[in-house]
Design a protein around this ligand. Structure first.
Ligand SMILES: *Cc1c(COP(=O)(O)O)cnc(C)c1O
Length: 386
């Protein structure tokens, strides 16, 4: 096992700060919380649960999910497939990117025994037939466009075939002797369970019109996490809504229902310790920002729970709004919403951001020489929004 599988373990975030006095950002993973969220999906989602690796591929995260029982991984590149197959040989990878290079398809199929693929265009099917030789137990899912409701990110702008054109593509998949499936993604951080209901209904219409046997229905990711000032319905409402519409359909019984959450599985399982490098009135310059772990605060307008920490002094109870600036020289590198923190926040203090397990370290760049790469495990519960 790689050393990345083992990280230093601390009881609390305060212990991390006391011990390391970190002048660099530190990701505080919460393995127990990761296992809890994975178990919640496995126990309550009415079908097979995959994890979308791109959301957070750190080995401690993957190991926690695996320990909870996750055995299916949504992968989108050869590097992600290799990561999973090498560390978790018993687990299955699903190649869920609708646009793949021929070399990636060939290696996935021949080297890593991947046999589930997603397409959204006939030319991608031709590629799959040419590179794999056509259906030999392999599964090809057709990704369709579904109505968007209350999602923070619209993924159907980029991928998916229109529902009206999908039945013909599904028939071609069937004629090429692949097992068939239909997949969709309602968009990330989707705050309305009805989006999944309409997604399933759209998929059912496509399947009805295709009139070929369909073995898989994949409702994708998009399940929401809890953020500051953002309290979507509990996951159980989503599971119940999906179960309700799936159970009433004629697919029940001979079709595998699947989901592929990323964000909702891991967001709560990590926080981030940053340090204030300079204060100018109500401006705080910290050592992480838009180009590292905090890109979603800008791109997704996501506001994170935050608290000021300094074990060496007593901190004021009165708070005020601060603007927070990231470490790079770029003027995009400013958190778009103010943060309400103690009035005496100053250089050398630390700010912990919670709910940062999703799309943080996995989306960080090396721009300007700032690249957070320190991970620890913490036993204390996650930092939740007020
Ligand atoms: C990113 C992605 C996911 C995970 O989405 P979340 O919104 O993080 O749950 C699932 N499936 C596919 C195909 C994706 O691209």
């Amino acid at each position: 096992m790689s050393a990345k599988n083992q990280v230093p373990r601390f009881a609390t975030v305060e212990d991390v700060i006391t011990e390391l006095k970190p002048g660099f950002p530190v990701y505080c993973l919460r393995p127990a919380e990761l296992r809890r969220q994975a178990s919640h999906f496995l126990d309550s989602f009415p079908g097979r649960v995959m994890y979308a690796v791109k959301c957070n591929p750190h080995l401690v995260v993957l190991q926690a999910l695996y320990d909870a029982g996750i055995r299916h991984f949504d992968t989108a590149s050869l590097a992600e497939i290799a990561l999973i197959r090498e560390h978790f040989p018993q687990a299955d990878c699903y190649f869920m990117h609708p646009v793949k290079s021929r070399a990636a398809i060939m290696s996935a199929s021949q080297v890593y025994s991947v046999d589930h693929f997603v397409i959204d265009h006939e030319k991608e099917l031709d590629k799959l037939i040419a590179t794999t030789g056509g259906g030999d137990g392999q599964v090809v899912l057709v990704r369709i466009i579904t109505p968007v409701h209350d999602a923070q990110y619209r993924l159907s702008d980029k991928f998916g075939i229109a529902a009206a054109a999908a039945p013909e593509l599904l028939r071609k998949v069937h004629e090429a002797n692949f097992q068939t499936g239909v997949a969709f993604h309602v968009g990330s951080q989707c705050r309305n369970p009805q989006a999944f209901v309409e997604g399933v209904n759209t998929a059912l219409d496509v399947i009805e019109a295709a009139a070929v046997p369909v073995h898989y229905l994949d409702v994708g990711g998009g399940f929401p996490a809890v953020y500051q000032d953002d309290r979507p319905p509990a996951l159980g409402h989503y599971f119940d809504a999906i179960a309700g519409v799936f159970d009433r359909s004629r697919l029940r019984g001979d079709c595998v229902l699947m989901c592929e959450p990323g964000r909702a599985m891991v967001a709560s399982g990590c926080s981030l310790i940053t340090q204030i490098q300079l204060r100018k009135n109500d401006k705080l310059y910290i050592n992480d920002g838009i180009y590292q772990s905090l890109s979603e605060t800008l791109l997704g307008e996501i506001k994170l729970p935050a608290r000021l920490i300094n074990p060496d002094r007593s901190i004021a109870t009165e708070c005020q709004n601060f603007r927070i600036f990231g470490p790079t020289c770029d003027n995009l590198d400013i958190l778009p919403t103010p943060y309400y923190l103690p009035v005496d926040a100053d250089e050398g203090d630390w700010i912990e951001f919670g709910q940062i397990g999703a799309y943080s370290s996995s989306a960080a760049t090396r721009f300007n020489g700032f690249f957070p790469e320190t991970f620890v495990a913490v036993d204390a519960p996650p930092l939740m929004p007020e």
